[in-house]
Design a binder for this molecule. Structure first.
Ligand code: GSH
Length: 206
């Protein structure tokens, strides 16, 4: 399999980390969508990353779709429960984590693509507040889970992977938010997971 994208993208990173957790070997193909239009377009008509090329040549796009497909292949080892309330609950936590990613990406894009005098400060502030609100909601689950626990249930789910990636991205993209102080329980879970090989190999600084 080939994973197109960079680990600075939280959407790419959650796919890469999931592949590692599932022991699925893959080759990373670096693509910077803002600098390499044609390369990104060659795998995704929306010109975004991630894209995952399967061994049969099929190309999947969008991290949610890719993760759904990996879970389907994993069967009983899927990282989202297959049905019922468990599935709904985990998907809600994942949606909160992905929301945090989207909002910190929005802030970062606003600051990157507008000259300082044209930055919509109120939009950046709203996105930052949404990032913090989402991470604090995950923090409440981490508090209940305790030091060795998981955001949901008794083993790792996609909620833990996506929450960790969202948190680390927010610390890098929006350091002024001080998310480690605002979500201290989540910070402990993140420290635990970022110390494992599956996460170390996909850290944006790796
Ligand atoms: N919903 C998509 C979001 C992907 C996304 O926004 N990727 C960013 C990188 S962080 C990108 O490719 N941005 C380029 C653009 O939007 O033009 C997913 O989950 O994969």
């Amino acid at each position: 399999m080939k994973l197109y994208g960079r680990y600075l993208s939280p959407f790419v990173r959650r796919v890469a980390t999931t592949l590692n957790v599932m022991d699925q070997p893959f080759e990373q193909v670096q693509v910077a969508p803002f600098d390499e239009w044609d390369k990104a377009l060659s795998v995704n008509p929306v010109v975004r990353i991630p894209a995952l090329e399967l061994d049969d040549g099929d190309v999947l796009i969008d991290s949610t779709t890719i993760l759904d497909s990996l879970d389907e292949q994993a069967g009983a080892n899927a990282l989202v429960p297959q049905n019922g309330k468990e599935r709904r609950d985990v998907l809600k936590l994942v949606a909160i984590a992905v929301g945090a990613m989207e909002k910190s990406v929005n802030s970062a894009y606003e600051l990157r693509f507008h000259p300082k005098e044209k930055v919509a400060e109120d939009w950046v502030e709203r996105c930052d507040n949404q990032t913090v609100s989402a991470l604090q909601a995950l923090d409440a689950h981490a508090a209940k889970a305790g030091p060795d626990g998981w955001l949901y249930g008794s083993s790792m789910t996609q909620a833990d992977i996506s929450a960790t990636v969202a948190f680390t991205f927010a610390t890098l993209a929006r350091p002024k938010l001080g998310v480690a102080e605002k979500a201290p329980n989540l910070a402990k879970l993140v420290a635990r997971l970022e110390a494992t090989d599956a996460f170390k190999q996909t850290h944006p600084s790796a």
